[in-house]
Design a protein around this ligand. Structure first.
Ligand code: C5P
Ligand code: MG
Length: 278
């Protein structure tokens, strides 16, 4: 194995390490009759082997990267149980979370709800910015959303709550990585899959009574685009790690809910002896 790797790197290293500068000098010396061709070839060969072996055996050749101390997560593994809940706008995330809250004692934290509350909070310096992002269906800068979530988790944790459904989050790769690095690691992501036509119909209906400034045709179009381009990569990222539980949500609420419970049980999120309405 060693020999093969040396040989492979020799093949790769040859033309790169022995670039035009070396070859040109040896070539002109040969032209002047100073060195014969055989000696040039032997010289080149030895130089290539030498540089390759040096590169393979001398780890200090690469500059030593500065290793940052590991940052502590706000919640240690085992302290809390976090489930991310994702799906297009109107997929029914909130409805399903509400059922899990009453039946299994989860705390439901909706990133969108927290942002809307912050937007309305008197004296908030982020209110205007949040409003603009929400109307445009864009993702609010992660610092704001993560701070709101962390604060809400801490308040609940102090009251003894340890199970969290984090709904509508993470909606962008940076949110996913920062949250798992600095706040808590998630167990799984519950992903509600739904055709866009169904979502559109639901959202327009909801818009008649919701009073939300983004439940209108123009904002909905922008939210769909953001979901596909920015949020789906997060689902794919966790999916590749085997951490996504997909549920099809184009069904009546109770049917979707029984799928939710069964995938969570399969994954061992609920204890075997755990029953509903505890
Ligand atoms: O989840 P919900 O539909 O309530 O989110 C409404 C809006 O809040 C999103 O369209 C987006 O502008 C903002 N949001 C965000 N980051 C999140 C969740 C929501 O920027 N993680
Ligand atoms: Mg919601």
């Amino acid at each position: 194995m060693f020999t093969r790797s040396v040989r492979n790197s020799f093949v790769r290293a040859g033309p790169i390490r022995l670039g035009p500068v070396v070859s040109k000098r040896l070539y002109s010396q040969a032209q002047n009759g100073g060195i014969n061709h055989k000696r040039i070839l032997i010289g080149l060969g030895l130089l290539a082997i030498g540089t390759t072996l040096y590169g393979t055996t001398n780890p200090t050749k690469t500059p030593i990267a500065f290793v940052e101390p590991a940052t502590e997560r706000a919640f240690k593994d085992g302290d809390v149980s976090v489930i991310f809940v994702l799906g297009g706008p109107g997929a029914g995330k909130g409805t399903q979370c509400a059922k899990l809250v009453s039946n299994y004692g989860f705390v439901h934290l909706s990133a969108g709800d927290l942002l809307r509350a912050e937007q309305k909070r008197e004296g908030s310096k982020y209110g205007e910015m949040i409003s603009q992002y929400i109307r445009d269906g864009l993702i609010v800068p992660q610092e704001v959303t993560i701070a709101l979530l962390e604060q809400a988790m801490k308040e609940n944790f102090e009251k003894g709550k340890t199970r969290f459904l984090i709904d509508g989050f993470p909606r962008k790769m940076d949110q996913a990585k920062t949250f798992e690095e600095k706040v808590a690691k998630s167990k799984v992501t519950l992903f509600f899959d739904c055709p866009e036509s169904v979502l559109l119909e639901r959202l327009l209906k909801r818009g008649q009574t919701s009073g939300r400034e983004d439940d209108n045709a123009e904002s909905i179009k922008k939210r769909f685009k953001t979901f596909v381009e920015t949020s789906m990569p997060v689902v794919d990222y966790f999916g590749k790690q085997g951490r996504v539980l997909k549920v099809s949500c184009d069904h009546p609420v109770d049917q979707v809910y029984s799928q939710v419970v069964s995938v969570l049980k399969e994954k061992g999120i609920f204890a075997d002896n755990e029953t509903e309405n505890k």
